[in-house]
Design a protein around this ligand. Structure first.
Ligand SMILES: C=C1C[C@]23C[C@H]1CC[C@H]2[C@]1(C)CCC[C@@](C)(C(=O)O)[C@H]1[C@@H]3C(=O)O
Ligand SMILES: O=C(O)CCC(=O)C(=O)O
Ligand SMILES: [Fe+2]
Length: 379
């Protein structure tokens, strides 16, 4: 196997060799449609046994109806706040319904991105992720890692929030071609809805933490978030590989929609538990950066995505991130009440740089990041 890649499997250190490209044993660039046809998957996709433990259990995360809170109903707000507080103190995962994102928009987002993943490999390679960047197409992250490759294709791009300039539309037009203008508009609208929803969730989080209800909304208002579309092909050896390996999101807040196939699992109480797919719900989880912003009160929890033999799976993931150079630190009143500080100050730009160039996000991203940032500090 002459995969020309890139990750030292003994540690999580990336060995980036940007000029090299992912190839199979015939020297052909990785093409997931070919991989699907093979009886045996290449060794680079095989994960250690410990990561492959199968589960039948379902997570009993709360399903929070946002309608009453959005309308300003006091009783509904108190109920939603309580559910958020309990879920986030324990594991950081919950689902929301009546979230204000139109089901037709979610449907359109899947349809439009299917067309992107179905493009010929050569075309997809023309908008492949550039070394060190996060936007663009990636197949198995094979340009970044040499082992434990994820069984997925991804397409990611940034979203900077409300300005009159539809930057997502420009991104699609300029990277994929004019014929993808409509796809660009669907994702422009999708991201705008995600941004609006993130403000609702930040308000709930703030109330539940007893800080000014607009504190986090203000912190993230000029943020640069990341939209990622995941396509997980069926896999003949699905019990040997993973679609997305075990990790905590290094980002702040994740808003995820998974299709009806299912595959998202969370590690809670020492076991993997499946998050049941619900067409009408969005999965919300706390990321490492928000955990730092609330001084560790709320948890960023280990999760993964499994694949299966029969069915392709898709998920749409919106990662809320602050503006790059903003200092990530918890509000003073929270620290005064519940101190001491659990984490040092940092910027999202440093953590993003760490995860894109030096470290493959996993369960220990934050601790490893602090050591990298300041080797002498004992945080
Ligand atoms: C900042 C990010 C890095 C990853 C994309 C976003 C948020 C989640 C991270 C990721 C999904 C965690 C698992 C490993 C990873 C490499 C992946 O499988 O995609 C991570 C993303 C990445 O570095 O591209
Ligand atoms: O596809 C999924 O369900 C999970 C993906 C995920 O955890 C991620 O992209 O960070
Ligand atoms: Fe994740």
């Amino acid at each position: 196997m002459s995969l020309s890649l890139l990750m030292d499997s003994s540690s999580s250190t990336l060995l980036l060799r940007p000029s090299m490209e992912p190839r199979d044993e015939n020297g052909v660039l990785f093409d997931s449609s070919n991989l699907q046809k093979q009886a045996k998957i290449p060794a680079e996709f095989i994960w250690p046994c410990g990561d492959l433990v199968h589960t039948q259990e379902e997570l009993n995360e709360p399903l929070i109806d946002l309608e009453g809170f959005i309308k300003g109903d006091e009783e509904a707000t108190a109920h939603a706040v309580e559910l958020v507080r309990t879920a986030c103190s324990n594991h950081g995962f919950f689902q929301v319904t009546n979230h204000g994102v139109d089901a037709n928009l979610i449907h359109a987002a899947y349809q439009e991105i299917d067309a992107v993943f179905k493009l010929p490999l050569n075309k997809k390679r023309s908008f492949q992720r550039k070394p060190g960047g996060f936007s663009g197409y990636s197949v198995a992250h094979a340009d970044r890692f040499s082992s434990k490759l994820p069984w997925k294709e991804t397409f990611s791009f940034g979203y900077q929030g409300t300005n009159s300039d539809p930057a997502v539309v420009h991104y699609f037009r300029s990277t994929l071609g004019e014929e993808f203008e409509r796809t660009g508009w669907v994702y422009q609208n999708y991201c705008e809805k995600m941004r609006e929803l993130s403000l609702v969730i930040f308000e709930l989080l703030a109330i539940s933490l007893g800080v000014d209800r607009f504190h986090y909304g203000k912190f993230f208002e000029d943020g640069n978030s990341i939209m990622r579309c995941n396509y997980y092909p069926p896999c003949n050896n699905s019990c040997l590989t993973l679609g997305t390996g075990p990790h905590c999101d290094p980002t702040s807040l994740t808003i995820l929609h998974q299709d009806q196939v299912g595959g998202l699992e969370v590690f809670i109480n020492n076991k993997w538990q499946a998050v049941r797919p619900r067409q009408d719900a969005l999965v919300i989880n706390i990321g490492d950066t928000f955990m730092a912003l609330c001084n560790g009160r709320y948890k960023s929890c280990l999760h993964r995505a499994v694949v299966n033999r029969e069915r392709e799976r898709r998920s749409l993931v919106y990662f809320v991130c602050p503006k790059e150079d903003k200092v990530v630190r918890p509000p003073q009143d929270l620290v005064c009440r519940e101190g001491p500080r659990q984490y040092p100050d940092f910027t999202w730009s440093d953590l993003l740089e760490f995860t894109q160039n030096h470290y493959r996000a996993d369960v220990a991203t934050l601790q490893s990041f602090f050591r990298w940032l300041n080797p002498t500090s004992n945080f």
